[in-house]
Design a protein around this ligand. Structure first.
Ligand code: DC
Length: 226
């Protein structure tokens, strides 16, 4: 039987990790897991219950509700209990509050536990901020994606415009910088490149090039170890 590995990808917003992870998973026949979507789902839960500033209540809500991901060829469908919240968690309101929720240690402990369970048998491409450092430090493949802030803001703007939002490039740029600083400066599991991760600067790369690079590495190991 074909050996199934764990592919871990970390990096900031707009670095290209999500599109790449999704395509790589499809090419390899692996399951794609977008862990940012899980932090976004908890943020939505907290906002709906007016509990953004009440840490204990957020933890309680997380325990009382079920957050789940369904992996499909177009990415993850995200559920809060039985409700499909895939689109709602991409709003600017969530963008502006998700860093705060993801800095709560108890939220991280619970979501990391769920992510480790989801990926325990390998055959996953999991992307986030702490996958290489905390969730799967022993993953066979570890990548850290980067890109210039300008390029990342342009990419994010394109996504937001496609969703009907009317924000400006400058607003997106500011929100990206703010979130980067928060995510890399937080006390628990800050976003950082681990020494054993391969850094991929996607500023001038195409999606095809990014995917090909990773898929080739994994296929080579599958053949050698299989
Ligand atoms: O990848 P994203 O933009 O959807 O992630 C949303 C937020 O969730 C991001 O600002 C930081 C947080 N996050 C995290 O702390 N750890 C992860 N593994 C994934 C996301």
């Amino acid at each position: 039987m074909k050996k199934m590995f764990t592919v871990a990808i970390d990096g900031p917003a707009g670095s290209g990790k999500s599109s790449t992870a999704r395509r790589v998973a499809k090419a390899l026949g692996y399951t794609y897991i977008d862990t940012g979507a899980m932090y976004r789902a908890v943020t939505l839960l907290a906002l709906r219950n007016g509990s953004l500033d009440n840490r204990e209540n957020v933890i309680k809500l997380l325990k009382e509700n079920k957050i789940s991901l369904k992996s499909g060829s177009e990415g993850n469908t995200v559920f809060l209990n039985d409700e499909d919240i895939t689109h709602e968690i991409r709003s600017e309101l969530i963008n502006n509050n998700v860093s705060k929720i993801s800095s709560f240690p108890e939220v991280r402990t619970e979501l990391v536990r769920m992510q480790q369970e989801m990926g325990k048998n390998g055959g996953v491409v999991m992307e986030g901020r702490d996958i290489c450092s905390v969730v799967f430090p022993n993953a066979e493949f570890k990548f850290f994606f980067t890109a210039s802030v300008e390029e990342r803001a342009k990419r994010r703007l394109k996504d937001l415009e496609a969703d009907g939002s009317s924000v400006t490039l400058e607003e997106v740029r500011e929100s990206i910088i703010k979130r980067d600083n928060f995510d890399s400066g937080r006390g628990v599991s800050p976003m950082k490149k681990t020494p054993d991760s391969i850094e991929i600067d996607t500023t001038s790369m195409t999606l095809d090039e990014q995917c090909e690079f990773i898929v080739n590495l994994v296929r080579e190991k599958e053949q050698n170890d299989g």
